[in-house]
Design a protein around this ligand. Structure first.
Ligand code: SAH
Length: 520
């Protein structure tokens, strides 16, 4: 053991030197990073990441961390390996905690070993945090286990793209051909023709089944089953894409029985999410769980009301109110931000009872530490109005904090039974100023399967922003899903055919209804 190493790892060495974590981020599905990998990522202030590391994993980086992309594309190096090594060394010597995030496992064709050697040479402490390698995970997600009792009891992993600068160490395909039951090839799509010929020359039967698993564990995962002798031709004719894991061997036959990921109800379906950027992520996550590929095209933005006066005055007189009523989660967030901007917090809301239109609004209130006294079972304004009425609100004063352009149901009903309602705007929803034209192109070309509308304003702004005629044309080739009866009515009145209408007004119910529509 070198002195440099023991110093660096002993803890009483120069405290200014940072540690480098060589972390495997897993094959793509953001859930496939290890608990330890995630905690190391969260503890780092410099993140050096590769191309196949997902945005979602990167979103766990601490705020303010420096993100350095060193992705390599085929035949194109964004940063040379020397530059990457130098970068890790430089950042660690400057005292940063560095997370070197790599796709899959850092030591499987990931140059993790090289980087570790470089770090050791500079006396920089490091950890290797293993990850789930695509070599094994791809098969798992495709229903092709690399070993299977009675079918395969050994496997090998080889690279189909040897470093051309390496002199020896070329993969000996002929020897590998029959050495193990299962052979997994990474980076092998481009050169598959030559590889297959070598394997056959080495004695592997040309009829051996093989699987190309592209974008494994990603929503767009696609498995294509072929044979050793036909594979190269299939790559060309079926447009098989890299990155792909190639599995060679009898285990491939189990794909038919064991495939699961690509059989999920919405597998590969592209679903448009028209909510605000902030709110879209929740819908997107639910869709992804069902196998869909969410495509976010926000049509609305949330902005401050034109005048905060009415709300501010009401808060200053909060003790004169019996009820504080919130009709959306957006409203709760807007209210919170306004209080904070004025140097206040929820204490300024003490006094009145609290009512929420639905469970999401209630959760948002509870997150602020406010107890919710009334929350109807269904999530429409009519139910909230009735829930309030049954609380006995005659003669009571209600502060309603909501969207400037919301519906008047609660106001009218409460006034009808003799309550005084102060209806104050805390936000406005306005159309986006720009949007991604390519998504509209996809929609017009029939490349979007479902369009979701989670509010009446998303419907209206979709029509406004695109122009009515173009909007209707764009919707023709897709199923239209609305979150609830009000949104559906807005769509129907505008001449939009609504195909999916959930029983309950929640995004969960909307996603479930989309799934159901594909079962039918
Ligand atoms: N360290 C990585 C492999 C790096 S080499 C690991 O352990 O997974 C890059 C190659 O890995 C790609 O060319 C492809 O063959 C394979 N690969 C990585 N992620 C993949 C994925 N999600 N789907 C299919 N192949 C993948």
């Amino acid at each position: 053991m070198s002195t440099a190493h023991s110093d660096a790892n002993s803890g009483d060495a120069d405290l200014a030197i940072g540690t480098v974590y060589l972390v495997g981020a897993g094959p793509g599905d953001p859930g496939l990073i290890t608990v330890k990998g995630l905690s190391r990522l969260r503890a780092s202030d410099v993140i050096v990441y590769d191309r196949l590391v997902s945005q979602e994993i990167l979103s766990h980086a601490p705020e303010g961390a420096e993100l350095i992309y060193c992705g390599k594309r085929p035949n194109h190096h964004a940063m040379s390996q020397d530059d990457i090594n130098a970068c890790l060394v430089e950042k660690a010597l400057a005292g940063h905690t560095v997370c070197r995030l790599k796709g899959g496992d850092p030591t499987v064709f990931g140059r993790g070993g090289e980087e570790a050697l470089e770090l050791r040479a500079h006396g920089i402490p490091f950890e290797i945090v293993p990850g789930i390698t695509s070599a094994i995970a791809a098969g798992g997600y495709a229903g092709v286990p690399v070993t299977l009792r009675g079918v395969a009891s050994s496997f090998a992993v080889a690279t189909g793209h040897e470093d051309p600068t390496k002199e020896e160490a070329a993969v000996d395909w002929r020897r590998l051909a029959t050495a193990t039951d299962t052979l997994v090839i990474l980076m092998g799509v481009g050169g598959f023709d030559a590889i297959a010929q070598e394997l056959i020359a080495g004695g592997r039967d040309g009829a051996t089944p093989i699987a190309f698993i592209s974008w494994a564990t990603h929503p767009r995962q696609r498995t294509f089953v072929s044979t050793l002798s036909r594979g190269a031709e299939d790559i060309a004719t079926h447009g098989i894409e890299a990155p792909a894991v190639i599995v060679v061997g009898e285990v491939v036959r189990s794909a038919e029985a064991l495939s699961w990921f690509e059989r999920r109800p919405l597998a590969g379906k592209r679903v448009l999410v028209t909510r605000t950027r902030d709110q879209a992520s929740e819908v997107s996550r639910l869709l992804e769980e069902q196998g869909a590929v969410p495509v976010e095209l926000p049509m609305i933005r949330i902005v401050e009301p034109e005048d905060w006066g009415p709300f501010d005055r009401a808060v200053d007189e909060i003790a004169t109110y019996d009820w504080l009523v919130l009709s959306s989660a957006n409203g709760v967030r807007a209210m919170r931000d306004r209080l904070l901007a004025r140097g206040l917090d929820v204490r300024a809301l003490a006094g009145p009872k609290v009512a929420a239109v639905g469970v999401k609004t209630a959760e948002e209130l509870q997150a602020l530490g406010l107890r919710v006294d009334v929350c109807p079972d269904r999530y429409v304004a009519e139910d909230l109005a009735e829930a309030l009425v049954s609380e006995g609100i005659a003669g009571k004063r209600i502060l309603l904090a909501r969207a400037a352009e919301g519906r008047d149901v609660v106001v009218l009903r409460a006034r009808e039974v003799g309550a005084t309602v102060n209806d104050t705007p805390v936000y406005r929803t306005v159309p986006v100023q720009e949007y991604d034209e390519r998504v509209i192109g996809d929609l017009l070309a029939g490349r979007i399967d479902v369009v979701t509308f989670a509010s009446s304003s998303t419907v209206r702004f979709f029509l406004d922003v695109l122009g009515r005629e173009r909007a209707l044309e764009a919707l023709e080739g897709a199923r239209v899903a609305c979150i609830g009866p009000i949104t559906e009515a807005t769509a129907t009145e505008a001449g939009i055919r609504v195909d999916v209408q959930p029983a309950e007004h929640t995004v969960e119910a909307m996603v479930a209804a989309i799934v159901e529509s594909y079962r039918r």
